[in-house]
Design a protein around this ligand. Structure first.
Ligand code: NAD
Ligand code: DAU
Length: 357
């Protein structure tokens, strides 16, 4: 294929950052399974959220390689490009948890802002064909019922996490405008699925319910999130790489808005069906706790996804209840994985946010 402004070479060589995390590891496996002519290098710092066990089934695939490293390390990123030419950078690497950002914002700024800048510089110098920035619907802030955010909505981030992601989006925009770096930004809603670290709502509730521990719901549980099955997101990112337009932003939503308290009740129902524990018993573990996010807790996220549907041809295909059942079944069959990620650091973090109960 002749390489033009928006065209890609046939064989793609991807530099995926943060590929040992939840979405990144699902994405790498999805891409290797879906495409033959592809090579992927995964660079990941292996923070508490990065886990090479997520990738054990593909670690011997000759098309895949791993490097432990920090995206905010300029020398390392430069040396990487001296060794190989990557067509595409897909930047998943981030500090990704809102509650942690409220305890200490500095690693969020270092990785999410400075790290993105360093990758953009490498993309500029080495003339990559695409720079895909994995952003979030949280950059738009909270939205009242009956409205949705489009890609043109203003940015109103409320937590240090979302502010760091919004900052990175703006730096990406400036590199596209100033230096023609071929940036595309995706902003997805809340992902769920296998390999999600149990600090996020869904895996935390599954883990706690399996251990007969309390299910801590922030505030009154009325906050709304739009749930997106992780594989649907991986497919969307793949399609954006191929069919997306350089310089554009694409919202990626799950079309599944659910109140937090309802998510937890549905988890209890499915877990009861899958394990035989009584639903009443599991519901009884639900504990409403003082909201650790306070005023920074966004009430609702909701995305208008017309643009990706009409221009890229993507829409979500996983029903929330089906996706949640598949996720719960995965956690039930992978209790060793859960045990392996529950370290002393996790327990310390848990006590800070939830208090010793
Ligand atoms: P995650 O926390 O599970 O994984 C993040 C990965 O990045 C980990 O493997 C970690 O080791 C790695 N990492 C952290 N700092 C690094 C650094 N300095 N250098 C290299 N690697 C580093 O996160 P996730 O949920 O998979 O999210 C991936 C991306 O998607 C993030 O950019 C996040 O902002 C975005 N996002 C997530 C969601 C969601 O619901 N999880 C929704 C929208 C957008
Ligand atoms: O919207 C996209 C974002 O989704 C991503 O950018 C973030 O990386 C990702 O972490 C996620 O952020 P949220 O803050 O929405 O996800 P979390 O799973 O932490 O919380 C979902 C909702 O559940 C939120 O309203 C807070 C609430 N919650 C969360 C936890 C961990 C509880 O009520 N109890 C809990 O224990």
């Amino acid at each position: 294929m002749k390489k033009g402004v928006n065209e890609l070479p046939e064989e793609l060589f991807l530099l995926v950052t943060g590929g040992a995390g939840f979405i990144g590891s699902n994405f790498i496996k999805y891409m290797l399974k879906s495409h033959f002519d592809i090579k992927i290098t995964n660079i990941d710092k292996l923070t508490y959220a990065g886990n090479l066990k997520n990738l054990c089934d593909i670690e011997k695939d000759k098309r895949y390689s791993f490097l432990k490293g920090d995206i905010s390390d300029n020398n390392l990123i430069n040396s990487l490009f001296k060794r190989k030419h990557y067509n595409i950078i897909v930047n998943f690497a981030a500090e990704s948890h809102v509650d942690r950002s409220m305890l200490d914002a500095s690693p969020f700024i270092k990785t999410n802002v400075k790290g993105t800048l360093i990758l953009l510089e490498a993309a500029r110098e080495n003339k990559v064909d695409r720079f895909i920035q994995i952003s979030t619907d949280e950059v738009y802030g909270s939205i009242p019922k009956d409205r949705k955010f489009s890609e043109k909505s203003p940015l109103h981030p409320n937590s240090p996490y979302s502010a760091s992601k919004a900052s990175a989006d703006l730096i990406c925009r400036s590199y596209y405008k100033s230096y023609s770096v071929p940036v595309i930004i995706t902003r997805s809603s809340n992902n769920y699925g296998p390999y999600q670290f149990p600090e996020k709502l869904i895996p935390l509730m599954i883990r706690n319910a399996l251990l007969d521990e309390e299910l801590p719901v922030y505030g009154d549980g009325m906050n709304i999130r739009d749930w997106l099955y992780v594989i649907d997101n991986c497919k969307a990112i793949d399609m954006v790489i191929r069919n997306g337009k350089i310089g554009e932003i694409y919202n990626i939503g799950g079309n599944s808005e659910v109140r937090n308290i309802d998510v937890v009740h549905i988890i209890c129902k499915i877990l009861s069906e899958e394990t035989g524990k009584s639903k009443e018993y599991l519901d009884g573990l639900i504990t409403f706790i003082k909201d650790p996010r306070g005023f920074a807790h966004d009430f609702r996220y909701a995305l208008d996804c017309k643009k990706i549907k009409e221009n890229v041809g993507w829409e979500p295909s996983t029903d929330f209840i089906e996706g949640l059942r598949a996720t719960i079944k995965w956690y039930l069959s992978n209790t060793d994985w859960i045990k392996s990620v529950i370290t002393g650091e996790y327990k310390e973090y848990y006590n800070k946010v939830y208090g010793k109960r």
